[in-house]
Design a protein around this ligand. Structure first.
Ligand code: CP3
Length: 376
């Protein structure tokens, strides 16, 4: 990839500026191997390491008091577009729980706005000002440029990286084409995304055109995130699992695969999370991601059997388990950790995003249980 050299250069320049903060950690790491040495990165590459890395999907959000304080002062999009504030909320889970990675604060829908589809975040969830209705609407979409149109996201990465100071890797992310198409077509919050599913059958060529347009933008967006300093990237396909098995192969997999392959040689590990992808794990394992996020519906031992050594696995405790008694939660976490005992390719996480209202002390208990099971 053309940008790789530049990335390496700017990273080593940053490393030099960081010699005081976390100097030992930096010295122990080989700069030619990017964020190598961090538990999360080692696990994604399935290399032996001490401990089990843990982070939580949607770990920076409404269940955290610091986040709520910031959000009481600014609306959601302003928060996403103000790197100082976005960096502050990104780092709250690191300061609070000592997780092993920081995911930048942003939203998967940001690139849609950059393509010319303004999003409004309401109490009920995100709404599109003008959902796509015709082929002409799809053709009119802009080929967003990451620096020009979403430079604030890249700035968040740089700021988070500066503040994380090499303690943990920084995760960049994007939504996968099918999931973004769901929002672009549906307009208002939905759990069925009937408009998107219908388009796949009513006008499959239009659906492919839309997915191609989005995939091109997302690939560039993720490359720019890596160039800005993301150490790991995750592709979220939250609604891919809604499709029938054959439509899944036609409209989900090829586009995830295309984006991930475009990041070949970028030097950072890739995680692919497809909610509802459990039935397709064999094919998902062939998409080019170092790590596969599994949702809470699949038995983790079956996931490990299917994927075997082709990829690391990340997941998959039910987010609602954090509402149960602490002893039960700890027992569930231990059972999950037991499945992967001795497996270098495992990342502890939830099977979907952490829920609003999750008791903060349960998340403390969960991190503590992971540490007790596998001291670093
Ligand atoms: O750790 C983090 O929180 C990182 C930031 C992050 C957000 N959204 C912030 C957010 C990430 C990684 C996302 C991903 C995202 N956004 C997904 C994929 C993951 C998943 O859950 O399947 C999806 C589908 C979205 C779209 C989206 N954004 C929805 C459906 C909503 C409203 C409902 C909800 O889940 O909160 C949002 C808004 C949003 N994105 C909030 C946050 C913290 C809540 C906004 C607020 O009221 O403060």
């Amino acid at each position: 990839m053309g940008g790789t050299k530049r990335v390496t250069k700017s990273r080593s320049a940053e490393n030099m500026g960081r010699t005081k903060v976390g100097a030992n950690r930096e010295d122990a790491r080989d700069p030619s191997r990017g964020a190598a040495g961090h538990k999360l990165v080692e696990a994604l590459y399935r290399r032996p390491h001490d401990g089990v890395p843990v982070w939580f999907m949607r770990q920076a959000g409404r269940y955290l008091p610091g986040y709520r304080r910031v959000r009481s002062q600014v609306d959601f999009l302003t928060l996403c577009k103000t790197p100082e504030l976005a960096a502050e909320v990104s780092l709250e889970p690191l300061a609070t729980f000592g997780v092993d990675a920081v995911i930048i604060f942003s939203d998967i829908l940001i690139p849609l706005e950059a393509m010319g589809m303004p999003v409004v975040f309401t109490e009920r969830g995100p709404c599109m000002e003008r959902p796509l209705e015709s082929r002409a609407d799809i053709e009119r979409l802009r080929d967003a440029d990451p620096e020009r149109d979403t430079g604030f996201v890249l700035e968040v990465i740089r700021e988070v990286r500066r503040r994380a100071a090499g303690r943990v890797p920084v995760i960049g992310f994007a939504g996968a084409p099918f999931t973004l198409a769901c929002y672009a077509l549906e307009g208002s919050p939905s759990r069925t995304f009937a408009a998107a599913l219908a388009l796949a059958y009513r006008a499959p060529a239009e659906m492919h055109l839309l997915l191609e347009r989005i995939a091109a933008v997302v690939a560039r967006y993720l490359k720019a995130q890596v160039a800005a300093g993301a150490d790991v990237i995750q592709l979220f396909d939250s609604w891919g699992g809604l499709l029938a098995h054959d439509a899944f192969r036609e409209f989900v997999l090829p586009y995830c695969s295309r984006i991930l392959r475009e990041l070949d040689g970028s030097g950072v590990p890739r995680i692919l999370f497809i909610k509802g992808g459990g039935l397709h794990l064999d094919e998902i394992a062939g998409c080019g991601a170092e790590g596969i996020g599994i949702d809470y519906t699949i038995d983790p031992s079956r996931a490990r059997e299917t994927v075997a050594a082709r990829a690391a696995l990340q997941g998959n405790l039910a987010p609602e388990a954090l509402f149960g008694a602490e002893a039960d939660l700890r027992a569930r976490a231990r059972a999950l950790l037991e499945v992967f005992r001795g497996d270098p390719g495992y990342v502890f996480n939830l099977g979907h995003g952490i829920l609003p209202g999750t008791p903060v002390e349960r998340e403390h208990a969960l991190v503590d249980e992971v540490r007790r099971f596998a001291p670093a």
